[in-house]
Ligand binder design. Structure first.
Ligand code: SF4
Length: 213
């Protein structure tokens, strides 16, 4: 079934392009941190201004906490994000000469960088064979029955074990887009979905409806 899913998603999103704007590895990392609980569109508005004057960890670390909070306020959770981004800049400056580490396990040790962010950034920037599991991927992969998992970490582990050939950023991105625009949380577009024949969620729902009739 995985091959049919990938083929369908490949047709649906032939050239998956990141919706976050960035020009460097560092900007990618900061944009992904800012995107938590925020739309990519909003993040792009904020970073367009922010990166103009503060394009790297050295320049960004010259901001005070209050100044950075003010600049990223509209992305939500701005206090935590600002604190983490400044701490991140300091570590990058002191330990890595401003360069973003390539290893997802090292990335994950940095402030504000959780497992999903580490996987997304390292697969997007450095081709790491990882899959960053967000809320869309968690929902879609469980619905389809590709995994049977209770949380994102379980999805990631099962996915990496079962589908090692599909651990990369394009797959991550196609699954996110599929969840965002087609297999939505509230109203999945099942009627127009080519995967419904084999979809666990769809077939369970149909079974329930038949029982209720
Ligand atoms: S059939 Fe419905 S639930 Fe299943 S993948 Fe398609 S849209 Fe999602």
């Amino acid at each position: 079934m995985i091959n049919e899913v990938m083929e369908y998603l490949g047709r649906m999103f032939p050239n998956p392009k990141p919706e976050l704007n960035y020009e460097t590895d560092f900007q990618c990392l900061v944009a992904v941190i800012l995107s938590a609980q925020c739309t990519d569109k909003r993040v792009n508005v904020v970073t367009a201004e922010l990166f103009k004057k503060y394009p790297d960890s050295k320049s960004l670390s010259t901001l005070s906490l209050e100044e950075l909070e003010q600049k990223i306020y509209s992305t939500g959770f701005y206090r935590n994000k600002a604190k983490n981004i400044l701490a991140l800049c300091n570590i990058l400056n002191e330990k890595y000469d401003g360069v973003v580490p390539r290893d997802p396990d090292v990335l994950e040790t940095l402030p504000g960088v959780g497992r999903k962010t580490a996987n997304v950034v390292s697969s997007a920037l450095f081709g790491a064979e990882r899959i960053g599991v967000d809320t869309h991927i968690f929902r879609v992969t469980n619905r389809l029955g590709l995994v049977n998992a209770k949380n994102p970490l379980e999805v990631e582990k099962q996915w990496m074990k079962k589908y090692p050939n599909y651990c990369n950023h394009d797959v991550h991105f196609r699954l996110v887009l599929f969840g965002r625009y087609h297999c939505k949380a509230q109203k999945p577009n099942c009627e127009n979905c080519e995967l419904k024949k084999d979809c666990k969620y769809y077939n369970e729902k149909r079974g329930e409806e038949n029982v209720c009739r």
